[in-house]
Ligand binder design. Sequence first.
Ligand code: AMP
Ligand code: MG
Length: 404
Amino acid sequence: MISYQEAVTAICRTIKPLPPIRVPLADGLGRVLAEDAHSNLELPPADNSAMDGYAFALDTVADGCLTEVGFLPAGEQFEATIAAGQAVRIMTGAPMPAGCDTVVPLEDTEQLGNNQLRLRKSLKRGANVRYRGEEFKTGEKILSCGQQLDPAAVGMLASAGITHINIYPAPRVAILSTGDELVELGETPDKGKIINSNAHLLAACLRQDGFTPMLLGIAKDQPGQLEASLRQGLEADMLITTGGVSVGDRDLVQETLSSIGFKTIFWKVATKPGKPTLFGMIGNQPVLGLPGNPAASAATYALYARPALRLLSGHQHPLAPRLKVKLGSALKEGGKRLHFLWGTLEVVSGELYFYPSHRQGSGQNRSAVGAQALFPLPIDSPPLAVDEMIEVIMLSLPQEQQSS
Ligand code: AMP
Ligand code: MG
């Protein structure tokens, strides 16, 4: 049995990004750039005013006074020539009139009547002027390959005149639930049957992470049907199965996968939950077989599927960040496998605490609801007391401060 670290390393070594595609900029949100992005233009296109105010030549001001000789809104040019001591009323973004080098904001001027104004403060030459090309020059690299596009990045690319970009596509992920005991949500489970909740869990995980789920439904624990369903999953960029990867008589997933070209990279990891996790490839397609127990499916999604999908998506740092925090409630000693505990992160008097969820053993995932981190309690760890420093795997952002 391999360790969690070995399992993650194997995934990182195996999975390569999907082939890039070219898309309109608007479709790039959340995706990773597959090329450096270079500006198509210069920004700002000309020296311009950073404020609503008056543009003038600083050296020509006499006794702090200026004469207003014109008005210039953004989007227009000032064609006339400015003489000494003259100023143009200028709006933010309007190009600097020829001969002017400084802008005084409206609120720093005093109107004296008769088109005369006085400067209320002294200014440096160039104050409140944005210079041509200050943001970027034509051809300048503005984002690097590997950058995930957030709204600000999309806006910046638009400002640089970039209409289309090369990105790594969002992986399409086939989800196959296996088990004779499963029925779909909405059906009434007869005796001994349970609802296929894992498909909903995993589809929700995928959607939240920006990936595209393809639901293949339920396959019975029967080789023929299992094979047909697994083959449907070959159309996706990655295949995730749940159930049927343990050592039970009806655990047929690995064997059936092998009959359609699957090569095992690892099976069984020394963790709790998640021991029977299976990972391998069918050609270029990664396949993860997650244990069927919903709590194990949720944990192994976060531990293995998410990093695998981030690798396919072109992320250079696929693993969730780890954070040193204080333990909020005492824990019993560790066992023979790395034990992942769900918990919340809470700020208490300015310090971040991890509170392990109740009912960690629940097969039904209750402890994962609302959790923001997983704590890997080390093998053979001694009991841990409140306030001990521990390192947790971040899943989402901390909660607001506790009221108590
Ligand atoms: P398995 O990994 O197939 O041995 O299943 C382990 C446990 O998880 C069993 O109690 C199953 O009934 C349950 N289980 C398996 N698949 C699902 C599923 N898709 N949704 C909910 N529970 C499941
Ligand atoms: Mg099963």
